[in-house]
Write a protein that binds this ligand. Structure first.
Ligand code: ASP
Length: 358
């Protein structure tokens, strides 16, 4: 069988039209087919997706498509896949007005968050989308999600500038900042929500952009900063946590940052063993970050007594970041050489619109 080349592919020209959008296909339900034997959905190479949607011609865009990685279910995505997607955007950055990344929904919010840090001074739209049902299924949401994502990727303002110089997720008639969105529903078409930041656009018969929520370009020239380091551990607090399970994780030398999903506004049980283990962890030169396990809201370690000890020992507030935005931010900061005080400073800073500073 002929080997398929996935890296640095020359884009295939689908239509010759005006605004130029590059479609980057990575897998996910949108391009899946049912496996004859198991009946489960598996990825296949979705060549020429644009040919399956002839209505795209009406947009008048020039559309090309590439497949930079072997198409996968997004539960298999790893940081090196984020780097491949970022490199594909970097390689083709000057030749296109916008980019659409077709991606599975399961880890789409992680990929969108990671890309938001890696694509520095981004001045063009990068729109991630996917679907809950494969293209070609009755009642599929793939057609609408894909068609509108492409339209958004080519959208301009009155001066002909990109309307959305951000990494976004478009799903079920709403456009979100990518590093503010989370997958909330494994079944409904409205799969994503952005509890701490408003939608950037709502789509009905017209596209209603919320310009005041769209982030301006944050630098003079686009740059790739793709360093990532996975030396981070994540734990979600729950009543009944066991010392014998948690302490070995904190004692392991492999992680440099612990991302802790705390209760409510950043509260934690005040067991002696948990506080001692966290104190020890911080004393060894490592960092503990707190995000809330609530769907919305933020961490404020000054509000309740149950968070005072964490604040006093130096736990860093992740404020209103999603878990996805926080964990990828930590990987990106570690991968770009940040450590100690500088690392902790930037975790609590708004880098790419992922966090509300107070
Ligand atoms: N498991 C699929 C994936 O994330 C689900 C989807 O695409 O909606 O790749």
């Amino acid at each position: 069988m002929k080997q398929r080349k996935y890296a640095r592919e020359t884009p295939k020209i689908c239509f010759l039209m005006r605004r130029r959008v590059l479609l980057i296909y990575t897998g996910g339900t949108l391009g899946m087919v049912r496996d004859e034997q198991s009946g489960a959905l598996v990825s296949f190479a979705l060549d020429d997706v644009a040919h399956q949607l002839p209505e795209l011609r009406a947009l008048g865009y020039h559309l090309d498509a590439i497949t930079p990685i072997h198409p996968i279910d997004s539960s298999q995505v790893e940081p090196h896949h984020w780097q491949s997607i970022a490199h594909s955007i970097g390689e083709h950055y000057n030749n296109y007005d916008g980019f659409v990344v077709l991606h599975g929904t399961d880890t789409m919010a992680y990929t969108a968050s990671a890309l938001s840090y890696m694509l520095d001074a981004l001045a063009k739209p990068v729109i991630l989308t996917g679907s809950q049902l494969p293209l070609g299924y009755p009642r599929t949401d793939a057609r609408e999600n894909l068609t509108t994502a492409i339209e958004l990727a080519g959208a301009t303002d009155a001066n002909g500038q990109a309307r959305l110089p951000e990494v976004c997720i478009y799903f079920d008639y709403r456009l979100f900042r990518g590093n503010r969105a989370s997958k909330f529903d494994s079944d409904k078409f409205q799969a994503f929500q952005s509890p701490n930041y408003p939608a950037l656009a709502e789509v009905g018969t017209a596209i209603r952009f919320q310009d005041r929520f769209i982030r301006p370009v944050d630098g003079p020239s686009f740059k790739l900063r793709t360093g990532l380091n996975s030396g981070v551990a994540g734990i979600r607090l729950f009543p009944g946590m066991s010392k014998s399970v948690v302490v070995p994780l904190l004692e392991s030398a492999d992680n440099r940052v612990l991302l802790m999903e705390t209760f409510g506004m950043g509260n934690a049980p005040t067991h002696g063993w948990l506080l001692d283990a966290l104190r020890q962890y911080i004393k060894s030169g490592r960092t503990v970050v707190s995000v809330t396990q609530c769907r919305g809201g933020y961490v404020d370690m000054g509000r309740y007594h149950s968070a005072t000890a964490l604040r006093e020992m130096g736990v860093v507030s992740g404020r209103d970041m999603t878990f996805e935005a926080a964990i990828t931010k930590i990987m990106w900061l570690l991968g770009n050489g940040y450590a100690g005080f500088e690392l902790e400073h930037f975790i609590s800073k708004d880098l790419k619109g992922e966090l509300t500073e107070i």
